[in-house]
Design a protein around this ligand. Structure first.
Ligand SMILES: [Zn+2]
Length: 385
């Protein structure tokens, strides 16, 4: 009797250890991959990057890097393509081949885990902001555009991302006198382009001038009702807190002091949270300090996808992972799409408007904020547009 109990016990033990080796219900055998994702050239850690691979049935195995860029996860055994992507994978991504061995932990070389830039990026120079310095510091490249070049859609549409620095609208001019520019930005975002605007550059979005003083200022391409920004911020340091867990995990910070070093800045007075997601708020007042949306689209200008030809053989999809019951935005090679379509994935973004790009707006910029939390937030914005 005792012997039988022992056998029963041993077989239960075997069952337990078998199921431990297989992290998928399918019984797929796995090994562990670990490493550290960094930027090219300057080798800064990349937090919040999605690291993933697929098994033979196109089931995804994934994790996200921590704020130090480190990851460790179980991957299906065999010869696999490992993907590293930030944002939805359309602008920064890397892939390489790896042989995963059963129950072995493989430490991947840092040199093969560098995040490549696939986006073509431009910035419009400003008086008080230099996002281009942070981009260069990360080891990536960005071209300069003049304000007037935004009038030409053949130029605008060559890019995947355009950064609109604070102070880049000629002083004393209202954006309402530049409808070509705002029409082009509307078409750009509708067809997959992403924008980042800081402080006074909010006028490109909702109208007005450098120093917009009213909520319903003329011009811009986004409905005034979604965002009211007024140039009544005062000089000083504000404490903010991060409300988005992905951003908090990626940067490793939950609160930060933001140095508003200028006499005036564009305060966000109110925001429609069904259109904009608030990522950072002021401690105490809960006033939004940083927002983003991927809900913008203009149905009358839907056309060719904007951007770099390097992206033409790739497609961004919303992959459904039954194992974790989550939808994950990834970018895959076009010839892999039929297999994903077959298990019910959809094209484009998992949230917001399917084919349009993302718009980020921060009340702060990098001018006075190097070496503190807002720099790591801005680095995250650059890599996740
Ligand atoms: Zn899929």
């Amino acid at each position: 009797m005792k012997k039988h109990l022992l056998i029963l016990f041993l077989s239960l033990l075997t069952l337990v250890s078998c199921s431990d080796d297989n992290n998928q219900a399918s019984g797929q055998k796995t090994g562990t991959l670990k490493g550290k994702v960094t930027t090219v050239n300057t080798h800064k850690p990349v937090g919040g990057a999605l690291v993933f691979t697929f098994d033979d049935r196109n089931e995804i195995y994934f994790t996200r890097t921590n704020a130090m860029g480190e990851f460790e996860f179980r991957a299906p055994i065999g010869n696999r393509e490992l993907h590293i992507q930030t944002g939805d994978g359309s602008n920064f991504r890397t892939k390489f081949d790896v042989a995963v061995e059963e129950n072995q932990t493989q430490v991947l070389e840092e040199a093969s885990l560098r995040l490549d830039q696939t986006a073509r990026m431009a910035y419009v120079g400003g008086t008080y902001d230099n996002i281009e310095d942070i981009i260069t510091d990360l080891g990536y490249t960005v071209e300069q555009l003049t304000f007037n070049q935004l009038n030409d859609y053949t130029i605008v549409s060559q890019y995947d991302i355009i950064f609109l620095n604070c102070g880049s609208i000629p002083s004393t001019q209202s954006i309402s006198g530049h409808t070509n520019i705002t029409n082009n930005l509307s078409q750009f975002v509708t067809n997959g382009g992403s924008l980042y605007a800081s402080d006074w550059a909010v006028a490109y979005l909702v109208g007005g001038t450098n120093k917009t003083t009213q909520c319903d200022a003329a011009g811009g391409f986004i409905a005034d009702a979604t965002l009211c920004s007024i140039n009544n911020g005062v000089m000083g340091t504000l404490n903010g807190f991060i409300t988005n867990t992905v951003l908090a995990n990626a940067t490793g910070i939950t609160t930060l002091d933001i140095d508003y070093d200028l006499g005036q800045w564009q305060k966000i007075n109110s925001v429609d949270e069904s259109f904009w997601e608030v990522l950072v708020r002021e401690t105490g007042t809960n006033q939004p300090l940083m927002i983003r949306t991927n809900h913008y689209t203009n149905p009358t200008v839907v056309g060719d996808r904007v951007g770099n030809s390097e992206n033409s053989d790739w497609v961004t999809i919303c992959h459904y992972d039954a194992e974790s019951d989550t939808y994950i935005n990834i970018t895959i090679e076009t010839d892999e799409w039929p297999a994903h379509e077959a298990h019910g994935d959809s094209l484009g973004s998992c949230s917001g408007n399917n084919m349009s790009g993302t718009i980020y707006y921060t009340t702060f910029h990098n001018h006075a904020n190097l070496d503190n939390g807002s720099q790591s937030i801005l680095e995250h914005v650059i890599l996740n547009l």
